[in-house]
Design a protein around this ligand. Structure first.
Ligand code: PLP
Length: 399
């Protein structure tokens, strides 16, 4: 598979307007025109390189968008004020009343809630399926289906989607395959595997400093233009615009993504192997015991490993809470939602980030209350971290 993602980011070359090595931050909500006609032409989308109003686009947002398009190998991209600010316009742009979506049943709780509780108000309905069962996915497609939606590596169960096979299905039934790649930037490049639209919550690994929420939609120029259309573009009209100051800081952080992803993966792989040997039932795509281990190897970029996320079941919520509090007390991470930080983050998604999913559904998919999801940090001495974590696991009786 194409192996150039990180290099493509570094190959991008743009100076600030005064020759600065970082592009200048655009500090304007609106832009002047020397001729009234140029303003009209820009409004109608006919002028390249002209800016109208920052909800539509701004130089800083375009710089970041270009870097994200290079990351994912898409024609272009559009940044948004949050991951949900990328997901919701994408869905609303692709679907009208009466349309149907087939979605993986293990997706981020906010995405699940949007499809389950919000879009039905507009008569857009969703069937949730086990995305690893292609027969079930195909059986769920109806004549009204427009979108096949999944996460490359799912939140929180770390199921791996077979993007090449899903892409074949999408082509067969003329669906748009939308893949949220938040958990696996650089590790997996969904567009190269046949996805049509790639979504990111930049809040996580890509920004990496847990100081902002941000999102992105990567896709064809035609699709991104449609989102920004002043008359009927969902991004333009719903308005989840990223501020220029933020896009400039996300862009600067993104330049070290390749180094960080390698370290997150290296550390998570080390811990996953060690804890599995200790008898803990670890969910991690890098382990042979993971049901989609071979698939992950086939569709991923080996240079960046198996990602920084791992999960295991502590048995009960009480046990999970006890362990997480102890880990935090020992400075081994923070009991916090989100992921991709330099420090390890952990939470019990059954009662937190996935609590939007009804209990019955959670049970069916194996999302137990005691499940702990870890975003493994950039610890320099992971062996020391392992020994300290192990002590905590022994103390709460899990080892
Ligand atoms: N997609 C995934 C896989 C996520 O984990 C999240 C947030 O946790 C989102 C999307 C939503 O992103 P944001 O919180 O930036 O709106």
């Amino acid at each position: 598979m194409e192996n150039k993602a990180a290099n493509s980011i570094q190959d991008l070359q743009y100076f600030g307007e005064f020759g600065g090595v970082n592009p200048s931050i655009s500090d304007s909500s609106t832009y002047t025109f020397l001729a009234a006609k140029s303003m009209m032409d820009t409004f109608e989308g006919h002028t390249e390189g002209c800016y109208l109003y920052s909800r539509h686009s701004s130089p800083s947002n375009l710089y970041l968008s270009e870097a994200l398009a290079a990351l994912e190998g898409t024609e272009t991209a559009n940044v948004a004020a949050s991951g949900m600010g990328a997901i919701t316009p994408t869905i609303l742009q692709l679907c009208s009343a009466g349309d149907h979506i087939v979605c993986s049943r293990t997706v981020y709780g906010g995405t699940y809630a949007f499809l389950k509780n919000f879009t039905p108000k507009f008569n857009i309905n969703t069937t949730f399926v086990d995305i690893t069962n292609l027969k079930k996915v195909e059986a769920a497609i109806t004549k009204n289906t427009k979108i096949l939606y999944c996460e490359s590596v799912s939140n929180p169960l770390l199921e791996v989607a077979n993007i090449p096979s899903l892409s074949k299905l999408a082509k067969k039934y003329q669906l748009t395959l939308v893949v949220d790649n938040t958990f696996s930037p650089l590790c997996i490049r969904p567009k190269m595997l046949g996805a049509d639209v790639v979504i990111h919550s930049l809040t996580k690994f890509i920004n990496g400093t847990s100081d902002t929420v941000a999102g992105a939609i990567c896709g064809s120029k035609a699709f991104i233009d449609s989102l920004k259309n002043v008359n009927d573009g969902a991004s333009m009209l719903l308005g989840p615009v990223m501020d220029s100051l933020r896009s400039s800081s996300v862009l600067k952080n993104m330049r070290t993504l390749h180094i960080r992803m390698k370290k997150h993966s290296e550390n998570a792989f080390y811990l996953a192997q060690k804890f599995e040997l200790d008898g803990i039932k670890i969910m991690y795509p890098g382990l042979k015991s993971h049901p989609q281990h071979e698939l992950y190897k086939k569709i991923s970029n080996p240079e960046f490993g198996f990602g920084g996320m791992l999960a295991f079941d502590a048995g009960t919520l009480e046990k999970a809470d006890e362990l997480m509090e102890l880990l935090q007390k020992n400075s081994l991470g923070y009991l916090a939602v989100s992921l991709g930080f330099y420090k390890t983050l952990f939470n019990a998604p059954g009662t937190g980030t996935s609590s939007e999913i009804p209990l019955e559904e959670r049970k069916k998919m194996g999302l137990s209350e005691g499940l702990i999801r870890f975003s493994i940090g950039l610890d320099n001495d992971i062996e020391r971290t392992y020994l300290a974590m192990r002590k905590c696991l022994v103390e709460v009786g899990l080892i």
